[in-house]
Design a protein around this ligand. Structure first.
Ligand SMILES: *[C@@H]1O[C@H](CO)[C@@H](O)[C@H](O)[C@H]1NC(C)=O
Length: 434
């Protein structure tokens, strides 16, 4: 139960994040301009190759080198023959290194740093089925809400965008068999080149038929007809469904409730679990509701989300990939003896993602983590990254926390929601509130 997690947020994992080489995203070489600066570098230009010793295997190390991150545009003297929107980029060659007992290893060796034309980011993506991983063609893909086209036969799409620190990709299925995916990718400010993305779309759950002339209670779970299942319910009061023009709809209604498990890491395709203010959300349940006529026309109507006390209803903002509070009215607060106490009345938006979640009233705490590169020599590289933390409660339930990307490797304060420090379990908390 996710609620237990919120009320007993005790993090067991000590916060020492290490970064392996594979996670690091170095700037990628763009198109070289005619002029570049070879070693030894003129002091005037000062774009020196930085020594970076990398462990190749065992005790075998090699100075592969990195370049300072940055643009050329701020110093015309430094790169005066380069385009004024250029970036500093490494020029690399493959070297075969003799690692003795371990045999030879091929490494990408930075021979010098050059000024490259800033060609932005080439997004190369594949859209797949969430469960079968089959590629999905003819899915409509947008980046930051700008439609870039539909996927090809192998689910592929590609486009080039200007350099940015966050890409929000929306994938929608024109035939509505799959539910819209919204994937957010944080990037270091220095990121250029190709960005490979995989987007997994969730198939809409099969629909059940309901009679809108009577009250219906559906569970928010894999089995909507079983009102006892799940952590919340959806109530359709008699005569509350209308067509898109606002006229009462009295014929059979097809309702499909897709509620993927919030434990599943693949829910990364449903935005980031953050509010628009960057508050972390720990979800009690995510769902997508589809109300349609038997012939498939979308319907709307006022529905009630019956949730546990203090829960709020959040709506995924497809443009930002973050959750915003859905407009609701608490129409009925029931006795504390029942588990679902609060009735949140809202106008349903067919095809939108909802999240039943809670921030208000939850105690807050902070923990401090030092984030560092596994290989100390890499610390000279100012590439930034997104720390994601997975921690476990005493019941072995997984918590996922997301943070905006950090460029401050040495001293980053993360904000989590936890119970106050309990002296009985001093090691179960990462830090006290302060
Ligand atoms: C390194 O790359 C070269 C050229 O591609 C190749 O011939 C060689 O076998 C590679 N060596 C290793 C150890 O992978």
């Amino acid at each position: 139960m996710r609620l237990l997690i919120i009320s007993r947020c005790v993090l067991l994992v000590l916060m020492t994040l290490t970064l392996t080489e594979g996670q690091r995203q170095p700037p990628i070489k763009g198109k070289l301009c005619d002029k570049s600066f070879r070693n030894p570098f003129s002091q005037v230009y000062n774009s020196e190759r930085i020594s970076a010793i990398r462990i190749l295997v065992g005790s075998c190390t090699y100075d592969v080198g990195v370049c300072p991150a940055g643009t050329c545009r701020y110093n015309i003297y430094r790169h005066k023959y380069c385009p004024d929107d250029g970036i500093i980029c490494p020029v690399e060659e493959i070297r075969e290194v003799d690692c003795g007992l371990f045999g030879n290893r091929n490494v990408s060796y930075v021979t010098h740093c050059a000024c490259c034309e800033d060609n932005g980011i080439t997004v190369v993506g594949t859209v797949k089925d969430f469960s079968t991983l089959a590629p999905l063609s003819d899915m409509s893909v947008s980046i930051d809400m700008d439609e870039i086209g539909t996927t090809q036969s192998e689910g592929l799409f590609t486009t080039t965008i200007p350099a940015t620190t966050q890409v929000v990709i929306q994938a929608t299925d024109p035939s509505a068999e799959y539910i819209a995916a919204v994937k957010v990718i944080d990037l270091p400010a220095t990121y250029r080149g190709t960005l490979n993305v995989e987007i997994r779309m969730i198939k809409a759950a099969p629909s059940v038929t309901v009679d809108p002339n009577v009250d219906n209670i559906l569970s928010i779970s894999g089995n909507p007809s079983d009102a006892e299942q799940g952590v919340a319910q959806l109530l359709l009061s008699a005569n509350s469904i209308t067509d898109m023009a606002g006229n009462p709809y009295t014929q059979d209604v097809q309702i499909s409730i897709t509620a993927p498990s919030v434990e599943d890491p693949l829910t990364d395709e449903i935005g980031q679990f953050l509010t628009s203010d960057g508050e972390a959300l720990l979800s009690d349940g995510i769902l997508n509701v589809n109300l349609r006529t038997v012939s498939g026309a979308p319907l709307t109507g006022e529905v009630v989300f019956r949730v546990r006390q203090g829960m709020a209803l959040w709506l995924l903002d497809e443009a930002t990939g973050r959750w915003t509070l859905a407009p609701t009215t608490n129409v009925n607060r029931r006795k504390r003896q029942v588990s679902l106490t609060d009735d949140l009345l809202t106008q349903i938006n067919t095809g939108n993602w909802y999240n039943i979640d809670k921030i208000p009233g939850v105690p807050r705490c902070y923990f401090k983590a030092r984030v560092f590169y596994q290989n100390p020599a890499d610390a000279a590289n100012s590439a930034t990254f997104t720390p994601g933390v997975v921690a476990y409660t005493p019941n072995n339930e997984r918590l996922r926390l997301y943070f905006p990307y950090t460029s401050d490797l040495d001293n980053t304060c993360f904000d989590a929601r936890c119970l106050p420090f309990d002296p009985a379990f001093p090691n179960n908390v990462l830090a006290r509130s302060y």
